[in-house]
Design a protein around this ligand. Structure first.
Ligand code: NAD
Length: 733
């Protein structure tokens, strides 16, 4: 069996049906593409064939291209990877262009065979690009199906003709949300955006497409750009209407990407330059820019972390294979506050029965109401139906009774961050649950091994650390205490799979992994304030390095008193080992001044009546006058990125991290570490261990021992090795 099948029906319609072998979703491989090429030739050459319908035998139409192909192509091409990638891309253009021209006469545009695409479910990436090359697109009316071109989110852009075709169909401005933001649209919105032509009830989909093929005329199948007098909608770059669009788009892209995502700029160049030349030349230009992006280390790093390795982790790379399925049937959540309510919602949304327990019924009910408010927003945005909302809410039982927890196979504790309260709660859970139940804690700072002592079986106790807000943040950090067994970890992993988030598994140490690395980032920003570095320089340097939030904005969001509390608690716990306390003084001063961050309407930033950030607080200059001589932006960026990355290396060296893939994926999803870099280990590999260690030493000389290169970095530098080279053997990267 091959990935595509070909059959001509009694009416002379050639059905090309996509059904990738051994996969639940259609992804395009090189072999499969060759097959499509053959089938198109066959259909066009066969006089008995009147037209073609392309569809899928799976639940969805297509997930996109098998991105491993790109890495393989590059590896196979030896000295000329750019040529190989360009040839590969041009070959794709040739196939889809053949489909689009469908055998019609080059001059008269007559005599071609109509090609329709019957999109029976979600359709992304190359799937959408194939559809765009067809003459008419029909999509199922299933409101959960999505169609789009999300390549930009992986550091690529649609390089299978999608960029050129779609921008020529709707114009540069209208194409921006789909091409530049990678937005996936439901069928109704997709029709509004001209990604598809018709929304059709699922049962009639293929037949409608077939009928269209049988009735289409010559004029129906000529693309606008193949007709005389074609003009780009909204205006080409040198048209008075198009000119401001392109000028504006360039500024917008630079503003959003801060220049660190080459794909967005390349996409824009492909659209701009392509708009000035005939279609086939535009495809060639698109292929050149696509090759340029593929050759940039940013795209391979992003694909590696955000696609290949993220998927491997989601599929259970860290899970012991000999443990049977541990899917959660009934979940207990203790503490219906911000985190507990969020956990209850995501679990119920994934079909799991949830018991949500708090000290009083009103608090438990408030937790359930949180789920309701998220669901209501989904309804308002037409993302979910009222029935879905009712079904999810019906799965959440708010209660104060521990008896209701009986039958739960996983219980997550999310009460106040207080070891004594947590121990008390854990004991009570232990007294009502059976031997099968795994107990988890959502603590962000307390050692799992110590919390486990209150549980009946520390082997069945594990940390499951969610990030806030739970419904939006996709990373879950699973923490193995000293005694945690493989079944508890497998349970946590299976739970994370059920709620469709990405897990990393780390060992128990202060702040685990994510918080361990993000705190130095915040602290470094605050230290700079104390040193007199201009706050705007700190914030902008961070964003220009690709961090989603500057450190001062981040601390305003998470609250300054939390920073002060963590500082006090850490100092108490570490005693003399506590490092110098420069950032603490800033935290305490702000705390005293009542500037606690966004929640108090005042922090490093000012906020208006609606709690909207209005700008950096001018009074900051009185607290910490800016120094006369300011550092250059690269120096500030290096301080901010190295301080996180070196901590990530220490986490690996100390055995908190056991897999660098988890270190990179966790950094991007957990705290937004410069996604373009592919994570701290990819970033250090790109710099090279030698130069990175040298730069760290320079920073240490200037700013203090927190920048001292960890022994592992020096070791790799001495061996002229990289993190992925060194660790890839044990962890396929
Ligand atoms: P919260 O104050 O919003 O909620 C805590 C809830 O626990 C409250 O509803 C409270 O009534 C309830 N509670 C307290 N004692 C209880 C008891 N004995 N029995 C039952 N319920 C009890 O706190 P939160 O922000 O949701 O944090 C909860 C846990 O999650 C903490 O351990 C925290 O460190 C951790 N955490 C928080 C975040 C975050 O960003 N807020 C992120 C990750 C982890």
């Amino acid at each position: 069996m091959s990935d595509f099948s070909y059959k001509v029906d009694a009416d002379g319609v050639a059905m090309i049906v996509w059904d990738a072998r051994d996969k639940s979703m259609n992804v395009l491989t090189r072999e499969a593409y060759a097959l499509v090429d053959d089938y198109i030739d066959r259909a066009l050459a066969d006089d008995a064939v009147r037209g073609i319908v392309i569809t899928s035998a799976k639940k969805d139409f297509a997930g996109g291209m098998d991105l491993n192909i790109l890495a393989r192509l590059r590896a196979e091409a030896g000295d000329a990877p750019a040529q190989a990638l360009f040839d590969f891309t041009m070959n794709g253009h040739r196939v889809l262009r053949k489909l689009e021209r469908a055998g019609m006469d080059a001059k008269t545009n007559k005599g071609g065979k109509p090609v329709a695409c019957a999109i029976n479910g979600t359709c992304a990436g190359i799937g959408t690009e194939i559809a765009l090359a067809c003459h008419r697109r029909f999509m199922t009316d299933n409101p959960r199906a999505r169609i789009g071109l999300p390549e930009i989110l992986l550091g690529l852009f649609p390089g299978g003709g999608g960029t050129t075709r779609y921008s020529r169909m709707v114009g540069a401005m209208a194409a921006a949300p789909v091409l530049l933001e990678g937005r996936l649209l439901d069928p109704v919105r997709a029709k509004g955006a001209s990604l598809i032509d018709e929304v059709v009830p699922a049962d009639d989909l293929v037949e409608t497409a077939r009928q269209w093929v049988l009735n289409a005329t010559d004029a129906d199948i000529v693309k606008p750009w193949d007709q005389k007098g074609y003009k780009m909608p909204g205006g080409a770059p040198y048209h008075p209407a198009g000119f401001p669009t392109f000028i504006g788009a360039s500024a917008m892209v630079n503003g959003r990407t801060q220049g660190v995502y080459p794909a967005a700029q390349a996409l824009l160049s492909a659209v701009y330059e392509g708009a000035l030349v005939p279609f086939d030349t535009a495809l060639r230009i698109e292929a050149r820019w696509f090759t340029h992006v593929l050759m940039d280390p940013t795209s391979s790093a992003m694909i590696k972390s955000l696609f290949v390795n993220k998927q491997a982790l989601e599929k259970g790379a860290a899970r012991a294979a000999d443990i049977p399925d541990q899917s959660v049937r009934r979940l207990g959540v203790i503490g219906a506050g911000m985190m507990g309510a969020g956990i209850a919602y995501v679990a119920a949304n994934a079909g799991i029965e949830v018991v949500l327990l708090d000290t009083d019924q009103a608090a438990a009910a408030r937790g359930k109401a949180h789920a309701e408010s998220i669901l209501d927003k989904g309804i308002a945005r037409k993302k979910i139906t009222a029935e879905h909302k009712d079904a999810v809410l019906a799965r959440i039982l708010p209660t104060t009774s521990y008896e209701d927890l009986s039958g739960a196979d996983l219980i997550v504790e999310a009460v106040f961050e207080d070891a004594a309260i947590k121990a008390e709660v854990t004991k009570r859970i232990g007294s009502v649950t059976g031997d099968e139940c795994i107990i988890a804690t959502n603590t962000s700072t307390l050692p799992i091994t110590e919390l486990a002592a209150a549980s009946p079986r520390p082997v069945d106790f594990v940390g499951i650390h969610f990030f806030s807000p739970v419904d939006k943040m996709n990373l879950v950090e699973i923490i193995r205490g000293r005694d945690t067994g493989n079944r508890a970890v497998a349970k946590a992993l299976d739970f994370v799979r059920q709620i469709r988030k990405t897990p990393i598994v780390v060992n128990d140490a202060r702040f685990f992994y994510a918080n361990r690395c993000i705190l130095p980032y915040v602290n470094e920003g605050i230290r700079m304030v104390a040193e007199g570095v201009a706050p705007a320089l700190i914030e902008n340097a961070a964003k220009m390095a690709g961090m989603p939030l500057g450190p001062l904005q981040l601390v305003d969001e998470t609250s300054i008193d939390l920073g002060a509390r963590i500082a006090r608690a850490t100092k108490a716990a570490m005693g003399d080992a506590y490092p110098d306390d420069a950032p603490d003084e800033v935290f305490f001063r702000f705390e005293e001044a009542g500037r606690l961050g966004r929640k108090s309407g005042a922090g490093f930033y000012d906020y208006d009546d609606k709690n909207k950030r209005t700008g950096l607080w001018p009074g900051l200059a009185d607290f910490y006058p800016p120094a006369e001589v300011q550092p250059d932006v690269t120096e500030v960026q290096h301080r901010l990125l190295y301080v996180q990355s070196l901590e990530a290396v220490r986490a690996l060296q100390d055995g908190v991290l056991t897999d660098i893939r988890e270190g990179d994926v966790g950094a991007i999803l957990g705290w937004g570490f410069a996604p373009w870099s592919g994570g701290p280990f990819n970033w250090l590999d790109r710099i090279g261990a030698g130069p990175a260690a040298e730069r760290a030493r320079e920073l240490a000389d200037r700013y203090g021992p927190r920048f001292d290169p960890p022994a592992l970095l020096d070791e790799l530098a001495n061996q002229e090795n990289g993190f992925y080279d060194r660790f890839a053997a044990s962890q396929a990267a």
